[in-house]
Write a protein that binds this ligand. Structure first.
Ligand code: CUA
Length: 352
């Protein structure tokens, strides 16, 4: 057997330290990343992150102590070339007690706050006045319903800051996992079963989420955004969403549309074409229930479950050939001409 030359061993060690350094640096970057769970922005995420960090610090301390003892023992009892057997003490009761009791104490130290947090998070705190949201996972997008407010939307969840949000979650097809790391830990959504989750977001902002359970070809493209508003802004958003369902607003849109032939054409194409079979859109009298609800679509920041910015260029590309932009998507390629696609895109983006 050939021995590894010492210089090559040294270079391997150097590379190892370099890799370690890079991982630490990327760790710093990770802490500020948009989906970093160690940068919590809500009390539930903070509680969970604190529990994680408690384990990290405690286990790091154990690593240091055990390594120091090991290094000491290796040095203290090294081979001195005298062939003498070191002192043997099998079955020493004092040692047996020490290394049984210490791990038990460590486990109790970790278990008490963990079990307490688990019970705390299992149900909404008494006296909370939550926004209720029903979440349904689909291949590959999220439906958000506000049963008390009569609102349905997709992929972009709007909530107020500093108020409990209470989720009931389920899936329409396969198992997905609902995860917005800076607001709370993940929870699976299962077909035919309801799970629950609550959180409170600290302050307004946009928080990124992601399906965290492999669910098919576009699992990695099953994203979401949580848009946290001030209470006033949230109420304004609710009003705009409720208004989008009122006939009065549809009439007002009628007037606007009479001024613009291309928007009227877009609406007619939406109603008469295949779109209405799958999508709900009050303004176009469409009540399909297979794809995302498109009321106030022009307000959305993104397309295709958070994968593309909601621009006219992307929307036209999307309507023409969705599978080209998102593999595995259930929405089929369109039979519209390019002019028709332009009209439908302009119409959808006009809905605000
Ligand atoms: Cu849905 Cu992964």
């Amino acid at each position: 057997m050939s021995m590894t030359p010492l210089s090559s061993t040294r270079s391997t060690v150097k590379k190892g330290f370099l890799a370690l350094g890079i991982s630490f640096l990327s760790g710093c970057e990770f802490a500020n990343a948009p989906q970093s769970f160690i940068a919590p922005e809500g009390q539930v995420a903070r509680l969970q992150s604190d529990l994680f960090m408690l384990s990290v610090w405690l286990l790091s301390a154990i690593l240091v102590v055990v390594t120091a003892l090991l290094v000491y023992a290796l040095w203290r009892y090294r081979d001195r070339g005298d062939d003498k057997m070191p002192y043997q003490n099998p079955g020493d009761v004092r040692f047996e007690v020490v290394w049984t009791v210490i791990p038990v104490l460590i486990i109790i130290f970790l278990a008490v706050p963990t079990v307490r947090a688990t019970y705390h998070l299992a149900s909404l705190p008494a006296g909370a006045d939550p926004v209720e949201v029903k979440v349904t996972g689909y291949q590959y997008w999220w439906k958000f319903e506000y049963p008390d407010l009569g609102i349905v939307t997709a992929n972009e969840l709007h909530i107020p800051a500093n108020r409990h949000v209470n989720f009931k979650l389920t899936s329409a097809d396969v198992i997905h996992s609902f995860w917005v790391p800076r607001l709370a830990g993940k929870i699976d959504v299962n077909p035919g079963q309801k799970t629950g989750l609550w959180w409170v977001a600290d302050r307004p902002g946009v928080y990124y989420g992601q399906c965290a359970e492999y669910c098919g070809t576009s699992h990695a493209n099953m994203r979401m955004r949580v848009i946290v508003h001030t209470e006033d802004d949230f109420n304004a958003w609710v009003d705009s969403m409720v208004a989008a369902r009122q006939p009065a607003v549809a009439a007002a849109t009628d007037n606007a549309i009479q001024e613009s032939d291309i928007l009227a054409q877009g609406r007619r194409l939406f109603t008469e074409g295949a779109c209405a079979a799958c999508h709900t859109l009050h303004d176009a009298g469409a009540t399909g229930n297979i794809g995302p609800d498109l009321n106030n679509f022009g307000q959305r920041q993104t397309l295709a479950a958070g994968v593309y910015p909601n621009t006219e260029e992307n929307l036209r590309r999307w309507i023409k050939d969705p599978p080209e932009m998102k593999p595995g998507v259930l929405m089929p390629r369109s039979t519209f001409s390019d002019d028709e696609i332009e009209a439908v895109s302009k119409y959808l983006l006009s809905l605000k």
